[in-house]
Design a protein around this ligand. Sequence first.
Ligand SMILES: [Zn+2]
Length: 292
Amino acid sequence: MSKTKNSLLFALFLLVLCVPAAAGNLRVAVLSVGQGLSVVTESPDGRVMVFDCGSENPRFDSANTNRTVRYLRFRGVRKLDAVVLSHADSDHSSGMGVLLKNYKAKTFITGKAVLADKRFAAVERALKKQKTPIRCPASGESFSLGRQVKVRVVSPGASGKGNTGSLALLVKYGSESFLLTSDMGKKEEAAMCRRFGSGLAASVLLVPHHGSSGSCSQALLRAARPRAAAISCGRRNKYGHPSFGVLKRLSDNKIRVLMTARDGDIVFVSDGKRTGFVKKRKKALFSDIWSK
Ligand SMILES: [Zn+2]
């Protein structure tokens, strides 16, 4: 691609993302971080939550390369109200060091198993340095992000190491909800559906475990009934994510699929009644697809 074309596209991207959100909008950005996950949620009253920060190579990662930090700077964010680490795997946690070097977090939220994981030690030191409290909420517990946004922990409460203990959150604003899963396994996904059932109803589903085979069951789609699904995965990743079975299930359920590997950054914008999205290069705010 030519340099001119590249800079034109970048300018277009800036233009699309610079369109100021009308007051009263929630923004949920599923960032294009390769084979990993990072989601930035901004409440209508300017509270910010970062859900995971991967997948950088910590040896080369810096504020100038870390996608999450760059996005936060771009959005003019000064401090973070909540930083959530779903689990300790590096595709979700490797950017945390740089994130916490550049931003103070008011609260840090994670699962109990993460605290005992030696990969968490450096993050724990950074949190201690900035005197940020660590909370491990129980399944079903809620917290507020600003005045109008409620966040509920909907992972089933498994405390296993790695994927099995992954946190999942339901972000609710008005009649719109976002179900942010991370890498929960098949068993935990089934347990979440049994425990919360239709309480998982969401306009947008962040597909579990990068769309791996066995994830995103029909039971989950029945419970969440999303209009759109976002999959965070790297281009031509070695795991073959997302799996054909998951894509077919989403298509059979007539769910619009967005994928970071193909679409770049995906920013959902909601006024609490409707939800639209902007992609890195395309603008489709409040299109007909989204009307109920
Ligand atoms: Zn992962």
